[in-house]
Design a protein. Structure first.
Length: 531
C-alpha cells in the first residue's frame, strides 16, 4: 500500500491551513483553491473520494467534535428552528432541487434527479462550523446552524437511500421511504441513548488519562458502527452520545479534559484541512468522468443548479422563520420578533461540503437491469460545482454580508461581569469548604500552606474583576496582556536556570522534564487566568 499520497495530503493541507490563518481568506476556501490548482500539477496522483472511507472514518470524529463543542441546553432551546432546517429543509431541498434538475436536463429520469437533490440537500457540518467560527455570527444563529449541521446528514443520507432505491429499480414506495426514515431516526437516537450512559460511566470511573483519550477517539466510531450495523442512523447515534458527553464533561477528571482538548484540536485541524483539500483535488476525477456533457451545456447546468440550490434555501428559511409566529400565539409570547437579517444570514450560510461529494461518489454505476445509472457522470459534476460554488461564493461573501447587516456584537463587558459574578459565587463556596476541611484535625496544614490555598483562591476571584480595568497608558496593554507577559518572563527565567543546571549535570534529563512540565502547567494556568 502506497502511503505517500496520504502523507502528502495531510502534510500539504496542514501547511496551507496554517498559512491561511495569516491571510484574510478563510482557511477552508484557501484549501479548496490550492487543491484545485495542485490537482493539475504533473505527478500529483488522483485522490478519488471513497465514500466507504469518508462516511464511516471522517464524518464520525468531525460530528463528535462539533457536538461536544455545542451546547445541549442551547440546542434544546432552539429545537424548533433546528428541526425545521435539519429535517424539513433537507426534505424540501431534495424534492425542489431534484424537480428543478428534472426540468432542466433533458431525458433525466425523475428518480435520478431526486438522488441528486438528496446529495446536495445538506449544508456541510465542517463548512458551517469552520466559517461560523471565523466570522463570529450571533450566538442564536450560530446555535441554529451548528444544530442543523449536526443532524441534517442523517436526513439526507436516508433520503438518498430511498431515492436511490427508486432510481435503480428496487421498488421503493412512499410508505417504505417514510418507514425507513423513521427506523433510521428512531434507531439512531435509540442506539445513542443506549451507549451514552455506559460510555460516560466508563469515562468517570477510569482514571488513567491515556486510556481515557484512547477511549475518546474510539467513541464516535463505535457509536456510528453500532447504529449502521442495525441499519439505523450512525450520524444521530454519534451526535446523541457526543451531546451527552459534552454536557457532562465536568464530571471527568481534569487531566483527561486537558489532554482531550489538545488531542481533539489536533484531530480536528488535520481532518478539516484534509477534507477541504480533498474537495479541490476531485476536479480531474470529476471532469474525466463527465463524458458527453461538456462545454456550454455543462456550464449552463452548473450555474442553473447553483442558483436553484441557493434560492431554495431562501424559499424555505423565511417562511420557516416567520410562519410559526403567525400560527402560534405561544411562539409570539416566548420568542422575540425576528428581523429579516437573521434569516438572510441563515439562508446564505448554506455551504455544501465533502459529505455531498462522498454521497455522490456512492451512486452505483448501473441499475438493477445492468444498464448504466442515468447521467451518473453529470450528477458527480453538478455535485462538485455546487460544492465549489457554495464554498467560494457564499463562503467569501458571508463575512462582508454580516458586517453590512451590522449585527450587534457580543457585549464583552456584560460577559466579563457575568463571569466575575459566577467566579465570586464559586470562590465563596470554595472558601467555605476550605474552612470546613481545615477545622478537622485530620486536614491540619502548616499556616503558610493554608494561606497559599487562600491566596490562590483570592487571585482567581480577583483576576476576572481586574480585566474590567483600563489599558496601560504607557504600553497600551490590557491587564490580561501585562499579566500574561510578566508571568511568561518569570517562568522563562526559571526555565533557563533549569536548563543550565541540566547542562552542568546538577540534575538529569528526567528531573528537567518533570520541572519543565510543572512550569508548563503554571504558564497555562497564568494564560487561562488572564483570558
Amino acid at each position: 500500500m502506497d502511503v505517500m499520497p496520504l502523507l502528502l495530503l495531510v502534510a500539504g493541507s496542514a501547511a496551507v491551513a496554517a498559512a491561511g490563518r495569516r491571510t484574510p481568506v478563510p482557511a477552508p476556501l484557501l484549501l479548496v483553491a490550492v487543491g484545485l490548482a495542485v490537482s493539475y500539477l504533473p505527478g500529483v496522483p488522483d485522490y478519488t473520494l471513497d465514500p466507504h472511507i469518508v462516511l464511516p472514518l471522517l464524518l464520525p470524529p468531525l460530528l463528535h467534535l462539533a457536538a461536544t463543542d455545542s451546547s445541549y441546553l442551547d440546542l434544546r432551546a432552539q429545537i424548533r428552528p433546528v428541526a425545521l432546517l435539519s429535517v424539513g429543509y433537507v426534505l424540501f431541498a431534495t424534492f425542489a432541487v431534484g424537480w428543478a434538475l428534472y426540468l432542466i436536463v433533458p431525458d433525466l429520469p425523475l428518480p435520478a434527479a431526486l438522488v441528486f437533490g438528496a446529495v446536495v440537500a445538506p449544508p456541510d457540518a465542517v463548512a458551517a462550523t469552520a466559517v461560523a467560527r471565523r466570522v463570529g455570527l450571533p450566538s442564536r444563529i450560530t446555535t441554529v446552524l451548528q444544530g442543523e449541521s449536526l443532524l441534517n446528514d442523517a436526513t439526507a443520507i436516508t433520503a438518498f437511500k430511498v431515492a436511490l432505491a427508486a432510481a435503480v429499480g428496487a421498488g421503493a414506495t412512499w410508505a417504505g421511504g417514510i418507514a425507513e426514515f423513521l427506523i433510521a431516526a428512531i434507531g439512531g437516537v435509540g442506539i445513542g441513548l443506549v451507549l451514552m450512559l455506559p460510555i460516560h460511566w466508563l469515562r468517570t470511573h477510569v482514571r488513567e488519562a491515556l486510556f481515557q483519550n484512547t477511549l475518546s477517539l474510539l467513541i464516535p466510531f463505535v457509536a456510528y458502527a453500532a447504529a449502521e450495523q442495525v441499519h439505523a442512523s450512525g450520524v444521530l447515534a454519534v451526535v446523541v452520545v457526543a451531546l451527552h458527553l459534552g454536557h457532562r464533561a465536568w464530571e471527568v477528571d481534569f487531566a483527561t479534559r486537558l489532554q482531550e482538548e489538545a488531542v481533539w484540536k489536533m484531530v480536528a485541524f488535520v481532518l478539516e484541512s484534509s477534507v477541504f483539500a480533498l474537495i479541490g483535488l476531485q476536479l480531474p476525477v470529476v471532469l474525466r468522468e463527465l463524458g458527453a456533457y461538456e462545454g456550454v451545456d455543462a456550464a449552463w447546468y452548473a450555474v442553473a443548479v447553483f442558483l436553484v440550490v441557493v434560492a431554495v434555501r431562501f424559499v424555505w428559511v423565511y417562511p420557516a422563520t416567520f410562519l410559526p409566529r403567525v400560527l402560534s400565539a405561544r411562539v409570539r409570547e416566548r420568542e422575540e420578533n425576528p428581523t429579516w437579517k437573521g434569516p438572510a444570514v441563515t439562508s446564505w450560510a448554506g455551504m455544501r461540503g465533502v459529505v455531498s461529494l462522498a454521497i455522490a461518489f456512492s451512486v452505483p454505476l448501473t441499475v438493477h437491469g445492468g444498464e448504466p445509472f442515468p447521467q451518473r457522470n453529470l450528477i458527480l459534476f453538478l455535485t462538485f460545482t455546487t460544492v465549489i460554488g457554495t464554498l467560494v461564493v457564499q463562503g467569501l461573501t458571508l463575512p462582508p454580508l454580516i458586517r453590512l447587516l451590522k449585527f450587534p456584537g457580543r457585549d464583552q463587558q456584560a460577559e466579563t461581569l457575568a463571569e466575575a459574578n459566577a467566579q465570586a459565587q464559586a470562590s465563596r463556596a470554595a472558601e467555605q469548604r476550605l474552612d470546613e476541611l481545615l477545622a478537622d484535625e485530620r486536614n491540619a496544614l502548616p499556616g503558610p500552606l493554608a494561606d497559599r490555598l487562600r491566596t490562590v483562591l483570592e487571585r482567581r476571584r480577583n483576576a476576572v474583576w481586574e480585566r474590567l480595568g483600563q489599558v496601560n497608558p504607557v504600553t497600551g496593554e490590557t491587564v490580561d496582556d501585562t499579566y500574561r507577559r510578566l508571568a511568561g518572563e518569570m517562568i522563562g527565567a526559571e526555565r533557563e536556570v533549569f536548563v543550565k543546571l541540566r547542562d552542568g549535570r546538577y540534575i538529569d534529563d528526567e528531573m528537567l522534564r518533570t520541572l519543565l512540565r510543572r512550569l508548563d502547567l503554571e504558564e497555562a494556568a497564568a494564560y487561562r487566568e488572564a483570558r
